[in-house]
Design a protein around this ligand. Structure first.
Ligand SMILES: [Zn+2]
Length: 327
């Protein structure tokens, strides 16, 4: 942990400005300048506090939502195909829910991107016989250590300078692709498509073509400000481009699964895209006028948007910082 102050300085994000509140909120009881070693465990526990809900999206397609976002399962005689995996402490509930869908083994796990709340149970499912499939950058990012920038903390305590060690070998994907990949199973076609840097540089979406379901992973947070990860290539303009791409694929009946938030549709994604464009345009103006991020935070540039978008994982102050970091 001795390098934390270096990382804090290196992140160059408001840490000195907000350090009193940041440290007061996050690491009371720990020496100043040291993050709680349990911060990541705290986040996993918070995600895991959500109930697991099961929602049928199509004949053989089921959404499990709650402990760390949304998991979509294609089930049938060819086995189960599972997209994303929740946080590690949710494993017993994920396993129970998967077992409850039928006896077929999990053939394949697909990661929408490298983040822990989507990949945490890769190793369990691989140990049970599944092949883990992802974009090649997911393997690269999971194999590295990362320090996510320090953000002014939300009341829910998320997102302060998280550190990630490289994932163990058993958690890494066994199969990867560079651009796109098609799978056929259980009478369904799954089209997997990488997009240019958006939420991270590892993102794919998964289109269940027959069921008319598109799982976007964290390219879409439904009715809340998104997290965009500057430490692994995230870009707000790329996130807007990814929304445009899905909007061009979707029709009014398409079920659009967000990484976080309730099941969405084309109208929901359209509203999300508009919010992203508004946010980017406002921060671009402030940034090109030479206003530092900490002054922009104090100005509350998203005050009119917060009632709708600011009640989720990311609060308004964090969203200002994220947009600055991912312009
Ligand atoms: Zn993510």
């Amino acid at each position: 942990m001795f390098s934390y102050s270096t990382r804090l300085a290196g992140s160059a994000l408001l840490a000195h400005v907000f350090s009193t509140r940041l440290l007061g909120a996050s690491v009371s009881g720990y020496p100043q300048q040291e993050p709680s070693p349990d911060l990541l465990a705290d986040m996993r526990a918070k995600f895991n506090a959500a109930p697991l809900q099961i929602q049928r999206l199509g004949e053989d397609v089921t959404m499990l939502s709650g402990p760390g976002g949304s998991v979509v399962v294609l089930n049938g005689p060819d086995g189960k195909f599972v997209v994303d995996t929740f946080v590690a402490p949710a494993w017993p509930r994920l396993k129970e829910a998967l077992d409850g869908l039928g006896n077929a083994p999990v053939q394949c796990v697909i990661d929408t991107h490298w983040h822990f709340d989507h990949t945490d149970n890769n190793a369990h499912l691989h140990a049970a016989g599944a092949t883990v499939l992802a974009h090649e950058n997911t393997t690269k990012r999971m194999s590295e250590s990362h320090d996510l920038p320090v953000l002014y903390r939300a009341a829910n305590g998320a997102l302060a300078g998280l550190h990630f060690d490289p994932s163990p070998a058993g958690a890494l994907p066994q199969q990867t692709f560079a651009t796109s990949y098609k799978l056929q199973a259980n009478g369904e076609t799954l089209a997997l498509q990488h997009v240019p840097p958006a939420h991270t540089d590892t993102d794919i979406y998964v289109h269940f073509e027959k069921a008319n379901v598109i799982q976007m992973g964290d390219l879409f947070f439904n009715w809340m400000y998104p997290y965009i990860d500057p430490s692994t290539g995230g870009k707000i303009t790329g996130t807007i481009a990814a929304a445009d791409r899905i909007l061009s694929l979707a029709d009014k009946d398409t079920k659009i699964v967000a990484g976080h938030g309730p099941l969405g549709n084309k109208a929901d994604l359209t509203r999300f895209r508009e919010m992203l464009v508004t946010s980017r345009d406002r921060i671009e103006k402030l940034n090109s006028a030479g206003k530092p991020a900490q002054e922009a935070v104090a100005e509350k540039p998203f005050a009119d948007l917060d009632a709708i978008w600011g009640k989720g994982i990311i609060n308004s102050d964090q969203w200002v910082q994220i947009v600055y970091l991912t312009l």
